[in-house]
Design a protein. Structure first.
Length: 95
């Protein structure tokens, strides 16, 4: 994501990992806003960008995941081991 012509944030698809639903929280910018307005503004811009580009982000994430799992184009050499992460996630969920 660019802000004022400067790169401010990137989505690192090669580092995706599964997360338990209980770890998901609704973001409340109120407290951050009191501490650091500029940082809060950046977080809000990132949030808006993600929501506006959700379909494209999902498409890229799916392609990255598929290429890594099927060992296409060398993705397995620089992506997280998604299969192992999913295995550990399932084991954690089963506890």
């Amino acid at each position: 994501m660019k802000s004022g012509g400067e790169q401010k944030a990137t989505i690192r698809f090669v580092y995706m990992f599964p997360i338990v639903d209980s770890a998901l929280i609704e973001i409340d910018y109120t407290e951050e806003f009191k501490i650091d307005f500029k940082y809060t503004a950046l977080l809000i811009k990132e949030d808006l960008y993600i929501n506006q580009h959700k379909a494209r982000i999902h498409e890229i994430a799916t392609k990255t995941y598929t290429n890594a799992i099927t060992k296409r184009f060398g993705f397995e050499n620089f992506c997280c081991d998604f299969a192992k992460l999913e295995e550990k996630h399932r084991a954690y969920e089963a506890q």
